[in-house]
Ligand binder design. Structure first.
Ligand code: NAD
Length: 356
């Protein structure tokens, strides 16, 4: 298996101010890679996460849209990246229910613009630079739809997206596939399960629960709380992406999962128990009493679960965290980084209910 020689050539990361992208940027730079981070800074982008890289010559931030062809072409010509890792997206399912158009604009039209720029840049490369170039598209297991109690998503599961968000991601995955088959663009796609960990925007289940339970507010749980997700610790996801970039088979897709299926209600109760242990409430009140069931999300998929054996078999990747170790680290991180959380909450988002 040949490893892609990154050398000193940078990777162009899009959406690197978001949750997963920023974790990836921090990990990649700390392991010696050069990163150009192109991010539009929507409500989900937060440069606060990346302050430790200020002044680091291995890191460059550019504010802009992945669909801005002139800007992307200029960045490619200037920085000559060896790879593009596309994290940029409208990514919040509830927001896609309230307003799907932005999801089509960025996830479909924006990805198309990025692909066209990548194709044109790659075509002009010569020798090893052309051979080694990769376009890695970060996608989701939600493109596969919902599972019943049994079974797992594999790379050959037919697409059946159920929300405007997953439909837009499915469209972008198909475009990436088509650019490989039509133009030969050396692309790779990863479809991962629900991520959690440091720096996640506090409207997602895990940080929202931590934040509400910490201050003793009611903790909302959609429907009956029995929806199942396969939780992936974000640092494990980032190492999987690096591995696929280095050694993935061009044109292929790889599922990334945490082998950590949990019902939402179990996730919430685990967080309550950890907080009770780390920060007991007055009079030993248990935070489980804060759990409040609320009206379900429309079209809420029942179960996602990933079969990541291809990634293990072919590239030797497996998650290093169990759900128990990852969630304990995550709760600790949020307790230790309340100033980061507060600065996010000072912005437009106020933990209001979306997508109802
Ligand atoms: P996020 O919403 O936290 O971050 C997205 C980032 O993209 C933000 O910094 C935002 O400013 C930027 N962005 C949005 N539109 C842009 C545009 N037009 N041009 C440039 N930048 C733009 O998302 P995330 O949770 O970090 O997810 C990253 C990727 O992983 C997404 O493609 C998402 O679909 C995928 N994914 C996420 C999860 C998860 O659990 N979070 C699971 C599976 C797949």
């Amino acid at each position: 298996m040949t490893l892609m020689p990154f050398g000193s050539d940078p990777i162009l990361v899009t959406g690197g101010a978001g949750f997963i992208g920023a974790n990836f940027v921090l990990k990649a730079v700390s392991s010696g890679r050069r990163i150009i981070n192109l991010d539009k800074l929507t409500y989900a982008g937060n440069l606060d996460t990346l302050t430790s890289l200020e002044g680091d010559e291995r890191y460059q931030f550019v504010q802009g849209d992945i669909g801005d062809r002139a800007l992307v072409a200029k960045l490619l010509a200037r920085y000559r990246p060896v790879a593009i890792a596309n994290f940029a997206a409208e990514s919040h399912v509830d927001r896609s229910i309230d307003g799907p158009a932005a999801f089509i604009e960025t996830n479909v039209v924006g990805t198309l613009g990025l692909l066209e720029c990548a194709r044109d840049y790659w075509r002009e490369l010569q020798g090893d630079a052309r051979k080694n170039f990769r376009f890695l598209h970060v996608s989701t297991d939600e493109v596969y739809g919902s599972l019943a109690a049994e079974g797992l998503f594999t790379e050959t599961t037919p697409y059946a997206p159920n929300s405007p968000y997953s439909a837009s991601k499915a469209a972008s995955d198909h475009l990436v596939r088509a650019f490989h088959h039509t133009y030969g663009l050396p692309s790779l796609t990863t479809n991962c399960s629900n991520n959690y960990g440091p720096y996640q925007f506090p409207e997602k289940l895990i940080p929202l629960t931590i934040q509400k339970a910490l201050v003793g507010e009611n903790v909302p749980v959609y429907g009956d709380g029995r929806n199942i997700r396969d939780w992936l610790f974000v640092d494990d996801h980032c190492s999987a992406i690096l591995r696929v970039l280095e050694a993935g088979r061009v044109g292929d897709t790889y599922n990334v999962g945490g082998n950590a299926e949990q019902e939402n209600i179990t996730v919430v109760k685990t967080i309550c128990a950890l907080l009770d242990q780390y920060r007991p409430l007055a009079e030993c009140k248990s935070r489980e009493s804060l759990i409040t069931f609320v009206r379900d999300r429309p079209g809420h998929d029942r179960r996602y679960a990933i079969d990541a054996t291809k990634l293990k078999r072919e590239l030797g990747w497996a998650p290093s965290h169990t759900f128990e170790s990852g969630i304990a680290l995550t709760v600790r991180w949020y307790l230790d980084n309340q100033p980061w959380v507060q600065r996010v909450l000072d912005g437009s988002y106020r933990m209001e209910r979306l997508g109802a």
